[in-house]
Design a protein around this ligand. Structure first.
Ligand code: NDP
Length: 281
C-alpha cells in the first residue's frame, strides 16, 4: 500500500503552529488582519470565502469582509483595494476569483500592493519567485511543497513532472520544485507523448483540470503522485485529476481527494498573512 499523504492532518498541524505564532505576536502588540473581498454571490466562491474566514477566526487573525454586489464597477473595486493598501492595520488583501466578467482580473491583481499580496498572484510576487527573491508564493503550490517536506519526501535531484501550466498552479509549482533542486518538466495540452514524459517522474503533480484523467498508464512504479484537481463525479462525490483507485497500488505515496492538497491552500494563505504582519514589523 502507498503512503497516503494526509493534507488534513498536515494543514491542521500548520494551523496550530500559526495559532501559537499569532498569540505570541499579539503579546508583542502585533495583530494580523486579512481583508477578503467577494464580488457577486457565486456559491462556490461563497464557500471558499467562508472557509477562509473560519480559518482566520481559528488562528486569531482578524478578517474584514467585503461582500460587494455583482454590478460593482471595476473603478469601485480598485478604489476599495487602494484604500486597503493604505491601511496600516491590514496585512493581507484577497480578492476571491473569478470576478464578474466586466472586471479585468489582471487589473485587480496588479492593484494589490505586493507586500499585501497574500495570494501571491501579483506580477512582482511571481517575478520574485522566478529569480529567487523574497515574496509571497501562490498558496496551492506552496502547500504542495509543505506536504512533500512534512511527509519526509526528498525533492532534490528527483525527476519532477507537472501536468498543467496555469499561472496559479503549474508555473509556480515548477519554480518551487526547481528552488528545491528538483529536475523539472512542465507538460500541457500540446505536449507530445504525454504518458512517456509523465512515466519519467519520481514526483508527478497533476493539475490538469480533467476528472480522473491520470491512470496508472501515466505513472512510474513507485512514484509520488500529487493530485491538485477538484471535481464532482457522476455521484456528486469529490474526485481529483488522478484515478485514485487505479493509481494508488502502483505508487509509493499519493494525496487523496478530498483531504490532500485542498486543505493546504487555506493553511498557506494563513501562513502568508502571518508572514506579512511579521515582515511589516
Ligand atoms: P487550468 O484549467 O488553468 O489549467 C489546466 C492545465 O492543464 C493547462 O495548462 C492545460 O494546458 C493543461 N491540460 C489540459 N488538458 C490537458 C491534456 N489533455 N493533457 C495535458 N495537459 C492538459 O487549471 P488550474 O491550474 O487552475 O487547476 C487545475 C486543477 O486544480 C483544477 O481541477 C482545479 O479545480 C484544481 N485546483 C485546485 C486547487 C486546490 O486548492 N486544491 C487550487 C487551484 C486549482 P494548456 O495550457 O495547453 O491549455
Amino acid at each position: 500500500m502507498p503512503q497516503i499523504i494526509n493534507g488534513k492532518e498536515i494543514s491542521a498541524q500548520i494551523k496550530e503552529e500559526l495559532k501559537e505564532k499569532v498569540a505570541a505576536m499579539k503579546e508583542e502588540g502585533i495583530s494580523v488582519c486579512l481583508a477578503v473581498i467577494q464580488v457577486g454571490d457565486d456559491p462556490a466562491s461563497s464557500v471558499y470565502v467562508g472557509n477562509k474566514k473560519k480559518a482566520c477566526a481559528y488562528i486569531g487573525i482578524t478578517s474584514l469582509s467585503y461582500e460587494l454586489p455583482e454590478e460593482t464597477t471595476q473603478e469601485e473595486l480598485l478604489k476599495l483595494i487602494e484604500e486597503l493598501n493604505k491601511r496600516e492595520d491590514v496585512n493581507g488583501i484577497l480578492v476571491q476569483l473569478p470576478v464578474p466578467e466586466h472586471i479585468d482580473e489582471d487589473a485587480v491583481i496588479r492593484a494589490i500592493a505586493p507586500e499585501k499580496d497574500v495570494d501571491g498572484f501579483h506580477p512582482q510576487s511571481v517575478g520574485a519567485l522566478c529569480i529567487g527573491q523574497k515574496g509571497f508564493v501562490s498558496c496551492t503550490p506552496a502547500g504542495i511543497i509543505q506536504l512533500l517536506k512534512r511527509s519526509g519526501i526528498e525533492i532534490a535531484g528527483k525527476e519532477c513532472v507537472i501536468i498543467g501550466r496555469s499561472n496559479i498552479v503549474g508555473k509556480p509549482m515548477a519554480l518551487l520544485l526547481l528552488r528545491e533542486n528538483g529536475t523539472v518538466t512542465v507538460t500541457h495540452s500540446r505536449t507530445k507523448n504525454l504518458k512517456e514524459v509523465t512515466k519519467r517522474a519520481d514526483i508527478l503533480v497533476a493539475a490538469v483540470g480533467k476528472p480522473r484523467m491520470i491512470t496508472r498508464e501515466y505513472v512510474k512504479e513507485g512514484a509520488v503522485v500529487i493530485d491538485v484537481g477538484i471535481h464532482r463525479n457522476e455521484n456528486n462525490k469529490l474526485c481529483g485529476d488522478v484515478d485514485y483507485d487505479d493509481v494508488a497500488p502502483v505508487c509509493s505515496a499519493i494525496t487523496p481527494v478530498p483531504g490532500g492538497v485542498g486543505p493546504m491552500t487555506i493553511a498557506m494563505l494563513m501562513n502568508n498573512c502571518v508572514e506579512s504582519a511579521a515582515l511589516r514589523q
